[in-house]
Design a protein around this ligand. Structure first.
Ligand SMILES: [Zn+2]
Ligand SMILES: [Zn+2]
Length: 165
C-alpha cells in the first residue's frame, strides 16, 4: 500500500486544497475553513473534531438547542479545478472506512497534484494517514471505467498537451 500524500492541515494548505465540514444531522456543508487558523497548525486533519454549532428547533414546545454533531471533513479542490460531471476526466472519491470523525476527498483528479504522482498505474491502494486502514476509492469520469460519467467518450483531460498529428 502507498502512503497518503498529506497528513496535516498545513500540508493541505500548501497543496491549495480546501477543507469543508459537513454536518450529517443538519445536512449542511460549510467551508472552506481557514487553514491558517492557529488551532490547526501542525495538526493531523484525520481525527480533528469539528462540532456543529447550528441552532436547531425540536418542536415549538422546546427551546432551540445547538446541534452538536460531529462534522465530516470533506477535502476538495478549489472551484477552478472542479471537474463537472459531463467531462470525461478521471477522478476518484477517497474515504476512510474506519476513522471517526469521517473524512473524505471529494475529487482526487488523476491529472492534478498530489494525485498525479500516485495514480501512475492501475491497482494502487492508499493507506489512511491516521488509522492505516486501506482507503476506499471510487472512480468517476474515466473512459475506461464502465458506467462512470465519462465512459466511452474518449476525450483527453484538459491538462494534457494536444499532439499535432
Ligand atoms: Zn448540525
Ligand atoms: Zn482512517
Amino acid at each position: 500500500m502507498q502512503a497518503f500524500p498529506f497528513r496535516t492541515f498545513d500540508d493541505i494548505a500548501k497543496l491549495r486544497l480546501e477543507v469543508h465540514i459537513y454536518c450529517p444531522n443538519c445536512h449542511r456543508q460549510t467551508g472552506p475553513i481557514d487553514l491558517g487558523d492557529d488551532r490547526l497548525r501542525g495538526r493531523a486533519f484525520a481525527g480533528t473534531r469539528f462540532v456543529c454549532s447550528v441552532d436547531r428547533t425540536y418542536g415549538s414546545a422546546q427551546p432551540p438547542r445547538v446541534c452538536g454533531s460531529l462534522g465530516h471533513l470533506v477535502i476538495k479542490p478549489p472551484a477552478r479545478d472542479y471537474i463537472p460531471p459531463s467531462r470525461s476526466v478521471p477522478w476518484c472519491e477517497i474515504e476512510c472506512p474506519r476513522c471517526v470523525p469521517h473524512w473524505e476527498v471529494s475529487q482526487a483528479a488523476k491529472h492534478l497534484p498530489p494525485w498525479n504522482r500516485i495514480w501512475t498505474r492501475p491497482g494502487i491502494r492508499l493507506a489512511c494517514p491516521a488509522c492505516r486502514a486501506p482507503l476506499t476509492t471510487v472512480w468517476h469520469g474515466g473512459d475506461e471505467v464502465p458506467f462512470s460519467e465519462g465512459y466511452g467518450r474518449g476525450t483527453t483531460p484538459p491538462s494534457s498537451p494536444k499532439l499535432g498529428l
